[in-house]
Design a protein around this ligand. Sequence first.
Ligand code: MG
Ligand code: MG
Length: 273
Amino acid sequence: MSSGVVAPKTQEEIESIRKSSLLVGKTLAEVANHIREGITTLELDSIAEEFIRDNGAEPSFKGYSGFKHSLCISINEEIVHGIPGPRVILSGDIVSVDCGVFMDGFHGDSAYTFPIGEVNEEKLKLLRVTKTSLYRGIEKARSGNRIGDLSNAIQSFAESHGYGVVRELVGHGIGRRLHEKPEVPNYGKKGSGPVMRTGMTIAIEPMINQGTRQVIQLKDGWTVVTSDRKISAHFEHTVVIGEENAEILSSFKEIEIAISKNKNITEIIETLI
Ligand code: MG
Ligand code: MG
């Protein structure tokens, strides 16, 4: 029976989730080292899988509900769950890469959206706002607050820029399983939802659309796209709830070092927000 109460993790469990989450960041950095116009999404997936296995871990997504790859790669109007394949990345694409790894019994989960080649300011703004909305949510993730407090922070920030907030897909608890309780929506009311407690580990992952929030699932059974085919962005961190604030267990540090060295990727400057 579900009591609705989410058990906090032990310090040892949290350290395992941190190790897996940091390896996700390094894997996404490896993707950032290689991503460019002309590379296929399947090539990026192979690079990631090899990197994960070389580091003694397994890709969380491979085999999950029959998914056959290590990354979800979602381009432009694709929101999440894009399947790696022969598609070639083009200049002007925004490419969301979602990755999970499983090591020593625990998962880590993180995602980043890369602007490739010549990307216009309008697209870059969506990326900046989506990434900032993630941190607005993390700011509200602390013991005693409710999930709705962080959901509302993400939603209100994204909507203040006129963007659509995806509702059909949400963040989640994370630990021995990739997706645990509670659900962590990117929309909601302050003061609603489960109370967060120190030691709870959750993945926060706003999916923000340039236009409508409405989504459609493609016939491949996985890829979710915006119904108006405008672009969508996705950023995700795995965090642990603390007394005063949340600690981010995943990291964008290596990713952003890789971005600064890869002239095919435009840096997302966040100073205007
Ligand atoms: Mg993810
Ligand atoms: Mg996730």
